[in-house]
Every structure is written in structure tokens, then in C-alpha cells.
Design a protein around this ligand. Structure first.
Ligand SMILES: C[S@@+](CC[C@H](N)C(=O)[O-])C[C@H]1O[C@@H](n2cnc3c(N)ncnc32)[C@H](O)[C@@H]1O
Length: 293
């Protein structure tokens, strides 16, 4: 691809490419219609994080990030936007996702509730109606359960519980089919703890939730820091459900590259886009690390 801000390479016969700029411009100008096999992404939260606020490693002990929205980067989505402005940006992203996705393929979007001024707003219906208006069909609503949720700030403990789950909305363009789940089953030889009998049904079950620890506690030798990273296990779950060999997986909001790493580990080709140059450089280093394995 002959464009500025784009770095590409090959690793174990899989092609990768990462773009450091605005994903709307990238999808519009540089990705062909019907060229991508699967999109897995987590768009920026609305006014919850400033992704330009660099390197503040809060660990998991609760120095609260919730109110630290700062200066937005140019073209940054979600920071210092009204709900209306945010949904306008998300609408552009979703319409371009529909354009670049091949027919009969999946789009998976991880989003959370939005909390402000002691109220909780569920914005999933906005995503569902916008995506549907461009032609996507909602296939499933999966729940990502966070085993170690961040605690709510002390001044909010009488208003909210600790936020222990997020949505993964699974959309299809056309009649995409999920893969066989048998190889993903983690309850082989499951014995019921109540009645002690073998449970053969569980051999086939892959429920529509995923339980993991939250992403930023994952070890990275690069000590990459991202305030809203999801764990590699999340895109890995989607890839195993939705992708086939030689697929090209795209993440428009790549962060520090969790989707891209999961896809490369599953032998897929990957394309990512990330606005923040620090996170973009982390992606390049994570990919370089993979190539030495
Ligand atoms: C929720 S995070 C994604 C984290 C990612 N899933 C991971 O695990 O590392 C959203 C990302 O979108 C980036 N971003 C915000 N506006 C953008 C835009 N217009 N184009 C591309 N990236 C953008 C932010 O810098 C942030 O890293």
C-alpha cells in the first residue's frame, strides 16, 4: 500500500499492515470495498478516557481514570464529544465497515455502558440501530465478564456497582456462518458438581459469554500501557468462532494491537489502524516480538 503512516510486513507467511492515523480516512481512501474477512474492534469510549494521556500506569489498585478526560488528539473519537457527535463518528465508522467487509462475513464490536453524572446510559441500542441501518444483521449479543473489574471511584459507590461486564455485539453482512464450536469447548469431561453425573450436553456448549481478566493486567515485556485494552483472549474467541484460514482481520481502533496479535497467532492476515503514535509503535514492537517466536 503506497501511503504515508502505513507500515507492513510478513510474519510466518501472514501479511500484516498497520496505519497510524484516522481510521475513517483510512477505510474510506485505502481499503477496497468487499476486501476484509472479519472486523473485530473496540471503539473508544465516550468521554471516559483521553487516549492521548500517555503512560500513566495505574496498575489494578484503583487510582481512578474515570474522570481524567483531557485534551483530544486531532480526529480522536469519543474524547470531549457530545453523545450526538460521538454517534455521528461511530455512524461513519460503521458505514465504512459495511463497505469494506466482504459479503457473508462478521463484524464484532466490544462496547460498554456509558456512565456520567451518577447515571448509566446503555448505548448498545444506538450501535445496533446504526449498524442495522447500513445493512448489518445482529447475530448475537455476547457478554464479556471481567473477573477483576475496576472499582468504581469512591464518590460513586452509592450510585453504581463495579462494572463487571461489557457487550460484544456480533453482526453479519449477509449470511455469515459461525464455525463448529467443538474444538473450542472448555468443559470436556464435565461432571455436574451437584448430582455428580457426566454431562454430555456440555461437550457441545459454547455459551455466548466470555470470562477473562481485564486486558491491561496482561504481561507484556514491552510494558505497553493502554487504559482500555481488551485481553487477547477476547479477539481470540471471536476469531475461532468467525474466521477461516487465510482470512484478513481488520481492527480500525487497534490500541496496542490485541486483535492483531490474536489474529496473527491464529494464522490470519491482519490490518490495523491506530491514531495515537505511542500505541502504534507498541503494535509494531508486539508484532516484532511475535516474529521471533
Ligand atoms: C478502546 S481502545 C482500543 C483498545 C484495543 N482493543 C486494545 O486491546 O489495545 C480505542 C482506541 O481507538 C483509538 N482512536 C480514537 N480515535 C481514533 C480514530 N479516529 N482512528 C483510529 N484510532 C482512534 C484510541 O487511541 C484508542 O487506542
Amino acid at each position: 500500500m503506497d501511503i504515508n503512516f502505513f507500515v507492513e510486513g510478513t510474519i510466518h507467511e501472514c501479511k500484516w499492515g498497520v496505519y497510524n492515523n484516522n481510521c475513517i480516512e483510512f477505510m474510506d481512501k485505502h481499503l477496497a470495498p468487499d476486501s476484509i474477512d472479519c472486523i473485530i474492534t473496540s471503539p473508544p469510549y465516550l468521554n471516559k478516557r483521553a487516549y492521548s494521556a500517555e503512560g500513566k500506569n495505574e496498575g489494578n489498585k484503583g487510582s481512578y481514570f474515570y474522570s481524567s478526560v483531557g485534551q483530544a488528539m486531532e480526529n480522536e473519537i469519543g474524547c470531549n464529544q457530545t453523545l450526538e457527535e460521538y454517534l455521528k463518528s461511530i455512524s461513519s465508522v460503521l458505514s465504512l465497515c459495511y463497505k469494506i467487509l466482504k459479503p457473508d462475513r462478521f463484524l464484532a464490536i466490544n462496547i460498554n455502558k456509558y456512565r456520567d453524572n451518577k447515571r448509566t446510559f446503555d448505548i448498545s441500542h444506538h450501535f445496533i440501530s446504526l449498524a442495522s441501518s447500513f445493512g448489518f444483521q445482529l447475530r448475537d449479543i455476547m457478554i464479556w465478564i471481567k473477573e477483576n473489574p475496576r472499582p468504581v471511584p469512591p464518590n460513586s459507590i452509592h450510585y453504581y456497582l463495579d462494572d463487571g461486564w461489557e457487550y460484544i455485539l456480533l453482526f453479519s453482512k449477509g449470511t455469515a456462518l459461525l464455525n463448529d464450536r467443538i474444538s473450542m469447548t472448555n468443559h470436556l469431561n464435565y461432571t455436574c458438581p451437584n448430582c455428580n453425573t457426566e454431562n454430555s450436553i456440555s461437550l457441545k456448549i459454547k455459551p455466548n459469554y466470555l470470562k477473562t481478566y481485564i486486558g491491561f493486567t496482561e504481561k507484556s515485556s514491552l510494558k505497553s500501557y493502554h487504559p482500555a485494552k481488551f485481553p487477547v483472549a477476547l479477539p481470540d474467541f471471536i476469531i475461532k468462532l468467525c474466521c477461516k484460514e487465510n482470512y484478513t482481520v481488520f481492527d480500525p481502533f487497534a490500541g496496542i494491537g490485541s486483535t492483531l496479535i490474536a489474529a496473527l497467532q491464529n494464522n490470519a492476515n491482519v490490518i490495523g489502524c491506530e491514531l495515537n503514535p505511542t500505541f502504534f509503535n507498541s503494535i509494531l514492537k508486539e508484532i516484532e516480538k511475535l516474529s521471533s517466536i
